[in-house]
Structure formats: C-alpha cells, structure tokens
Design a protein around this ligand. Structure first.
Ligand SMILES: [Zn+2]
Length: 451
C-alpha cells in the first residue's frame, strides 16, 4: 500500500472509534475493533511519518554526553502503531517521548549503542575521550514533545542523561531527502507497516556492477530467515525490503590488511580492535539511506567473504554476505539486533572487559546472574525437576531449559537457558526455547494492534 492510501485508511479508522475508551475494555474488543482503537491512540499524538534526532554521543569510560546534531523528518514510520508506551526493559538506553505541556508519556522504547559498547573497552579504560554518531527515532508528533534519554548505570538502574524539547512545526526540522533515485527492493511485503514487522536490509560494499549479486544475497537472507523458527511460523507478520547503498568500492574496510574502501555506509572490520567485529559508525548516512523505506529493524549486509558481523539491540544487525558461516551469522546477529538477545558464549575473545558488571542482573532476556532478589526470568519454561543452577550434564540436561553456568563472555557468574543455542555456538542449530520465546514476544509487540 502506498503512503497516501495508508494515511487514508488510518483516518477512516480514526473516525470510527471513540478515542477516550482506549484501554479499559480492550480485552472485550474483537481484533478489528482493537486495531481501530490502537490506530486512534496513535493518530491522537502522531502522524505516520518518522522524526529522528541525530545525536553525537561522547565521553569517557564513565562519563557521557549527548549533543544534538540535527532533527529530521522521515517520510515513513515503520515502527509500532500499538502498545506505544509498552516496551520491555531492554537496552542500555531508554527513550521516552512526552506530550507537552502536560508531560504525558506517549512513546517509549529501548536501544543500545556503539558508544555504550565502546565504554566497556580497554581503549575507554585508558582514558581516551570518544564521540560516536547516534540516532533516536519516534513517530512524527503532532504537537511539541519533550524527549528524554535515560542511560543504564553500572548497577542496572536508569538515570536521565539528556532531554530536549522539539516542536515538529519548527524550521529546525530538516525535511530534506537524501539518496534520491536509490531503488527500494520489495522482497516480501505481507502487510502495511502498522501490522507487520518491517525488516530493512541495507547492502554495503556492493558497487553498481554488483547490484545483481546484492539482489541475490538479499534473497538468500530472506530464505534463511524464513527457514528459521520462529520467523518461519510467523512469516505473514513480516515485510522485508532491501536497499543497496551506493558504493564506489567493493567490500568493507579491513584495517588489519591495510584495505580501505569507499562505500556508502563505511562498514569496517576491527571495530574496537576486535578482528571479526564488523560495523558502521556512520549513523547519519545509515539512517538517511534507511529513511527511503519503512522499518522496525535494520540489517546491514556487507559484501565480503571474511567471517564477521555484529548486532546491537535497536540499532542494527550486521553480517558478512559470503562466509561459510553466513547463515549462522545472519540469524545470530539478528537475534541481538531485533530481539535483544545476549551472547550465551563465554570462550571466544571479545573487545569488552567490563560488559556485564558483577552482581547486576543483565537486561537481556536470555542471560541471568541468578541473584537472590531476582526470580529466574524464564522460570515458566523450566520443569520443576530441573535443578537451578543446572549441571552441564549433556545426557540428562542436553535438551532441557535450565540455568547453565557460562554466558555473556564469562565462564563464571552468568547463566544461559540451554546447553546449546544459536546464541551460544556456531553451526546449523536453532534458538533455544527461551530465545525463541523472546523473539516471538518482540514480533507480537511490533505487530500488536494495541489495547
Ligand atoms: Zn538461547
């Protein structure tokens, strides 16, 4: 559906409901009515376009500062249209949007960032100051809003670190477009943005002459995604599109080999000194390109045969297109970027020295520190006969949900839900039941008609 007809549908739905009765009787409504109420709550506060704040996130290992770079209007809003303030406690940062002047919360979400990861590296510990581009997004508000970013401190609690008031009608909102003429490939669109998870693949390091390869790689990702549970079973809840970033050079930067290429998103290996950590730090370029299509979640597909990737919750999932493990990498990284899953492994080397502080429960739905005052978050999936913590006895507990020591880059003190999982080790395997349930919850949240 194009934007104009979608807007028309939303307006029709808005006319058919009484906006005051939003939540009280939501359970008594049928699906169609519930959908109407949700869209109405959305249209009370927002129009179906995006607002983006481009920020510079800077500081040291233990200090941080946000600075506003620019405010942009984006032509699409592919994010949530229902459950607007109902977001799980995921991510290093929490964004809250309040309607002014009364300060009513109208939108909330969580995300993590490259800057937040950098703060846990040895480089940060050495005292260096760094600045990394970052962006926050929410639907285009009808009226003035106050945007507040809270950052999770070492003890796991949120503390407000930045706030700004934005008038959507103001001249400071940049309504210009970039990347005119760049084509959006509709790989599979099963519904309009308000009722599906919009996945947007950005291809980087593909030259003009490699556009056929880009199309082929994107279609392979689509196939792999929908071969994997629970995406397979919930396929009708997705729309997948792809855009090729205009790139003069082929492949990403490989600083260790002295290779530096000119690509649209400046993707690079060796992020934070970790050879296989493949990312882009160019948030503005990335978001300007992504603004060409609606999206809930971004995937950066990098044209390379070297092993590597990265996934940051609410930012993106990055994977290498042509490695022998590419099917594993793309779904593993998507687990991070899309559903906030943590790494369950603890034996590989990573760039972080202080990623999960001791004595603090990780926010990721598949990791736990088994602290006394925290009930096991996946208790509902554990059989009463399974001991917690669970001994690493493959014969007895190889296929059950428990709490196995060794997770989150640490052999001690952190626990994972299963002996093996796509978030634990490489290879052709599925998500464990806890990871799978977290992915399903995220799909339901992003496609929720609200209530
Ligand atoms: Zn898992």
């Amino acid at each position: 559906m194009n934007r104009r007809s979608r807007v028309a549908v939303i307006h029709l739905l808005a006319l058919s409901v009484v906006t005051a009765a939003v939540t009280a009787d939501a359970d008594a409504l049928n699906d169609g009515e519930r959908r109407s109420v949700a869209v109405s709550a959305f249209t009370d506060s927002f129009v179906p376009r995006g607002m983006r704040l481009d920020l510079i996130h800077s500081g040291t290992a233990d200090s941080e500062r946000y600075s506003l770079d620019q405010v942009r209007e984006e032509p699409f809003w592919g994010g949530r249209y229902g459950r607007l303030t109902d977001f799980p406690d995921y991510g290093k940062y929490r964004v809250s949007v309040y309607a002014m002047p009364l300060g009513r919360l109208i939108y909330r979400y969580g995300y993590s960032s490259l800057f937040g990861e950098w703060q846990t590296t040895a480089e940060a510990a050495s005292g260096r100051v760094r600045a990394i581009e970052e962006a926050v997004r929410f639907p285009m508000p009808r009226r003035q809003v106050r945007v507040v970013i809270a950052s999770r401190k070492k003890d796991g609690r949120f503390e407000d670190v930045y706030s700004v008031t934005i008038d959507p009608g103001s001249r400071e909102v940049d309504r210009g477009r970039r990347f005119d003429g760049v084509e959006v490939l509709n790989l599979e669109v099963n519904g309009p943005p308000e009722s599906v998870v919009d996945v947007l693949i950005l291809g980087d390091g593909y030259t003009e002459g490699e556009s056929a390869k880009f199309n082929k790689d994107a279609r392979r990702f689509l196939r792999v995604l929908f071969q994997t549970s629970p995406f397979k079973e919930m396929r009708q809840s997705f729309a997948v599109r792809a855009i090729r970033a205009p790139s003069a050079g082929s492949g990403p930067d490989e600083p260790r080999r002295g290779i530096f290429t000119d690509t649209g998103l400046s993707t690079t290996f060796d992020t934070f000194g970790s050879a296989r950590y493949l990312t882009s730090t160019r948030s503005r370029d990335l978001r300007d390109l992504a603004a060409l299509a609606p999206y809930d979640t971004l995937i950066v597909m990098v044209n390379t045969s070297r092993y590597g990737g990265g996934g940051i919750f609410g930012l993106y999932s990055v994977f290498a297109s042509d490695n022998e493990f590419d099917e594993y990498i793309m779904t593993h990284e998507f687990g991070h970027g899309f559903a906030g899953l943590g790494d369950e492994y603890y034996s590989s080397s990573v760039a972080y020295s202080d990623f999960y502080p001791r004595g603090v429960e990780p926010w990721e739905p598949n990791l736990t520190a088994l602290l006394k005052d925290h009930p096991l978050k996946w208790r509902a999936l554990v059989d009463d006969s399974t001991p917690i913590p669970t001994p690493p006895d493959r014969a007895r507990y190889g296929n059950v949900v428990g709490a196995f020591e060794g997770a989150g880059y640490s052999a001690k003190g952190l626990y994972r839900p299963a002996m093996d999982c796509k978030m634990f080790s490489k290879g052709n395997k599925g998500f464990c039941p806890v990871c799978k349930a977290a992915v399903e919850d995220m799909i339901r949240l992003l496609t929720s008609p609200g209530g």
